[in-house]
Design a protein around this ligand. Structure first.
Ligand code: SF4
Ligand code: SF4
Length: 138
């Protein structure tokens, strides 16, 4: 298992449906601040960031998108996949005002794991949403 310090190419996978009305600002903000799902990278400021959506239910096109990334990053930069961490956005991994946890979460993880890529859960963590989860409102 590699450490967060070895991961310098981060990929945020976001819910395709949620992204129809979300710019992704909070995901980027969490990355910029190294907060939420990115707190593990505190003190590291050299990472690159790529965002993509799952492509829509059931998320199967994510496999093709990640294969394309692996192909190009290796071809152009001889990048090893061990440098990549795939972050599933919080709107996929946690219930929120956007809806319940993605019903295909396990499938998305399987697609990513099949490519031998590391997976992390969460991006932006909203204090309000966390409070509502604890109250059982989501
Ligand atoms: S986690 Fe928030 S900011 Fe990121 S894609 Fe989902 S709804 Fe948008
Ligand atoms: S598979 Fe999950 S993450 Fe992708 S669009 Fe459907 S609900 Fe959203």
């Amino acid at each position: 298992m590699s450490s967060p310090a070895e991961k310098d190419y981060l990929v945020i996978v976001q819910c395709h449906l949620v992204k129809e009305r979300c710019s992704g600002f909070h995901c980027e903000k969490a990355f910029h601040d190294r907060s939420g799902g990115f707190s593990r990278y505190a003190g590291q400021d050299q990472q690159r960031l790529l965002t993509m959506t799952c492509g829509g239910c059931c998320g199967r096109s994510l496999q093709r998108k990640l294969i394309n990334l692996l192909h190009l990053s290796h071809k152009r930069e001889q990048m090893d996949r061990s440098r990549i961490m795939v972050h599933l956005s919080t709107c996929i991994t946690k219930a929120s005002h956007h809806g319940p946890v993605c019903p295909h979460l396990g499938y998305l993880k399987e697609l990513i794991s099949r490519l031998d890529l590391a997976i992390a859960e969460d991006t932006w963590i909203s204090k309000t949403a966390q409070k509502r989860r604890q109250q059982g409102r989501y």
